[in-house]
Design a protein around this ligand. Structure first.
Ligand code: FES
Ligand SMILES: [Fe+2]
Length: 460
């Protein structure tokens, strides 16, 4: 059973701690997908890119969601702008994203349309209409030809955009997540690797595979020897979060960077778990943490209690990193415990925050087919000053040989297309999440229904 006490800050928990069923329309109905486009994607804040990806004035990249696409561009020291990627004249996209590419990027002082040569500056103003004299004396009213602009803001080192002109400020939208994750200084992290691929499933099926720990013992059996990876899931307003169950006195072990508590000596099993995690998934840890874990057996006597092993491991890794200029944030044990292991930022971004690393997922519709999505996984860590790896997006489809050695994520992937098929089978009533370990999925659909207007979870 569960070991962690309920979090008093959780919102709406009394309503959601009972069984619910989530109607399947949310996952494959074309009408629902259309309603998402009109009422969800156009209203929320969307996570787009890292601030560090656009270091210089004029640096831009494209961001596609469903059949929309935006150009996000740096326009100043701390300012970014975003425009719909469409020429005001007759609708040709200004920037072409090559088929199979994650995005298009570059540096521009102006955008020139490839159809008839209209031009736009980085503020979205139309600066040139070819054959302007055809518009008569005075030429065209260029103010009517501006690029459609959307709002942009930054938080956590990411650029976010919203198509909603009346959206609440980003920081307010991200609460309480933003305040609870502030101590982790995510803006100081840089990408170690990032991969993207398409799945034959709805974008929500892909995200929900990572919104709970309930699947870990069955989908990832290799982790069983390292102890329990089961945990709680809480509704936090629009967003949700998860954390591992942990016994009293080990509250920090609810977090992503945690020690193993299998039947083995925790010094040995933590080292084994770190090496397995590094090789088989390359997330949730760093080389420094792996090296420090490998020393535990030499540095601590047999019988050292788990809480001492955890503290020693983290402080020795922190010291090693400090020596190479990698300064970890210092959240208090209470902050670490309260922030859990990952946040599901409504609607389609997950931040799995660790002390010196993070693992983020996102999913979004691929075109207008509710049975297809784009999925992204990105791993971050703190690098020494001046070292900024800027890992490119690598397209890594499910059958790519990379996944043959990095076996853990493919275990999650193996459920995706299968669920999309299964949910359409005769007699299936809808998702029935675990009220404790999968509560965030119910919260997710409750909030989705508020935007989309249909698909609310129903008490069973
Ligand atoms: S569509 Fe862009 S200039 Fe004609
Ligand atoms: Fe998983």
């Amino acid at each position: 059973m569960t070991e962690t006490v309920e979090n008093p800050t959780e919102t709406a928990a009394p309503l959601l701690d009972q069984p619910y069923v989530i109607p399947v329309e949310a996952y494959y109905s074309r009408e629902y997908a259309q309603a998402e486009k009109e009422r969800l994607w156009s209203k929320v804040w969307l996570n787009v890119a890292r601030v560090s990806e656009l270091p210089k004035f004029g640096d831009f990249l494209t961001y596609a969601i469903a059949d929309d696409e935006f150009i996000v561009i740096r326009t100043g020291e701390d300012t970014f702008k975003a425009y719909s990627n469409v020429c005001s004249h007759r609708g040709r996209p200004l920037i072409d994203t090559e088929p199979g590419e994650h995005d298009a990027r570059g540096r521009r002082r102006q955008f020139v349309c490839g159809f008839h040569g209209w031009r736009y500056d980085t503020d979205g103003a139309c600066t040139h209409v070819t054959e302007a004299e055809d518009w008569g004396p005075g030429g065209p009213d260029l103010d009517s030809y501006r690029l459609p602009q959307v709002q942009v803001d930054t938080w956590g080192g990411w650029i976010w955009l919203t198509m909603n002109p009346n959206a609440e400020p980003l920081r307010e939208y991200l609460e309480p997540m933003a305040s609870l994750l502030e101590p982790f200084q995510l803006e100081n992290m840089r990408c170690r690797w990032r991969r993207w691929l398409e799945f034959d499933c709805n974008w929500k099926v892909a995200l929900e595979a990572f919104m709970e720990t309930y699947h870990v013992p069955v989908t990832h059996p290799e982790f069983r020897v390292f102890g329990s990876f089961l945990g709680w899931s809480r509704a936090m307003g629009t967003h949700s979060h998860i954390g591992y169950d942990a016994p009293k006195g080990m509250e920090e072990n609810q977090a992503k960077v945690r020690i193993a508590q299998g039947t083995d000596d925790p010094r040995i099993s933590t080292a084994k778990m770190q090496n397995f995690t590094w090789e088989a998934v390359n997330t949730n840890t760093t080389q420094t943490l792996v090296d420090a874990a490998n020393r535990l057996v030499d540095e601590l006597p047999e019988g050292t209690p788990p809480d001492v092993v955890l503290k020693h491991w983290l402080s020795s890794a922190r010291r090693d990193d400090e020596a190479r200029g990698v300064i970890w944030p210092s959240p208090t044990p209470e902050q670490t415990a309260a922030s859990g292991t990952a946040w599901q930022v409504f609607p389609n971004f997950q931040i799995g925050h660790g002390l010196n690393n993070a693992l983020c997922y996102s999913a979004r519709p691929l075109g207008d087919d509710p049975n297809k999505c784009i999925f992204e996984a990105a791993v971050y860590e703190i690098f020494p000053p001046g070292e900024d790896p800027q890992a490119p997006w690598i397209h890594t489809p499910v059958d790519d040989e990379y996944w043959e050695t990095h076996i853990v994520l493919p275990q999650d992937f193996s459920n995706m297309a299968a669920i999309q098929k299964g949910m359409k089978r005769h007699g299936f009533q809808g998702n029935k999440p675990n009220p404790y370990r999968e509560r965030g999925i119910v919260n997710f659909h409750r909030n989705l229904a508020r935007y989309v207007g249909t698909g609310a979870p129903k008490p069973l």
